[in-house]
Design a protein around this ligand. Structure first.
Ligand SMILES: CC(C)(COP(=O)(O)OP(=O)(O)OC[C@H]1O[C@@H](n2cnc3c(N)ncnc32)[C@H](O)[C@@H]1OP(=O)(O)O)[C@@H](O)C(=O)NCCC(=O)NCCS
Length: 142
């Protein structure tokens, strides 16, 4: 919307249609967002946008909340977003994180972006549950 979202090929959108949720105003799609699931525990909110012509307050928040609930039901631990509207995501409970903490696969999509050489997006995360300890404590067998 308004050139804020990463361009996505139509074929990519069609293949990803099940990842999308939408809002409707007067029976018309007014907003959308998708949840892309990476390797264990991580998902990314993508393609969040509200049509400015049908901008009834609260749609963005509703879409993000819906995707966080979905991620939680799937037992994911972390939802991330790359965004130019950090203040909106702060209001939804996200906090800043380092782009370096994101898997290479997340960053590869930036290759499609017209602003890739002059990126002004920040990375943010919503922790749903703490990561499991990397080291499993030993148990006494005696
Ligand atoms: C950013 C966007 C999704 C917000 O959707 P929205 O429906 O307008 O937002 P909501 O009405 O649900 O707002 C929820 C809260 O966030 C605030 N908010 C909305 N947009 C904001 C922004 N750009 N910056 C800071 N706060 C914002 C609202 O004031 C509201 O605050 P409140 O809970 O204190 O009342 C929408 O403006 C949009 O489509 N922008 C263009 C595309 C874009 O930037 N997408 C994000 C890609 S990561």
């Amino acid at each position: 919307m308004n050139g804020e979202n990463l361009p996505r090929a139509k074929s990519d959108m069609i293949h990803s249609i099940n990842e999308f949720v939408v809002t409707e105003v007067a029976d018309q799609v007014a907003g959308c967002a998708s949840l892309y699931i990476y390797d264990t525990g991580l998902a990314e909110i993508r393609s969040l946008g509200i049509d400015p012509k049908m901008s009834i307050k609260g749609q963005g928040k509703q879409l993000v909340e819906h995707l966080l609930v979905k991620a939680k039901k799937l037992a994911l631990s972390r939802v991330i977003v790359l965004t130019r509207v950090p203040d909106f995501f702060k209001k939804q409970g996200f906090s800043y994180c380092s782009k370096d903490s994101l898997p290479e696969k997340v960053m590869k999509d930036c290759e499609l972006c017209l602003r890739k050489d002059n990126c002004d997006e920040v990375a943010m995360e919503f922790i749903l549950r703490p990561r499991e300890n990397a080291v499993i404590p030993c148990k006494n067998v005696a």
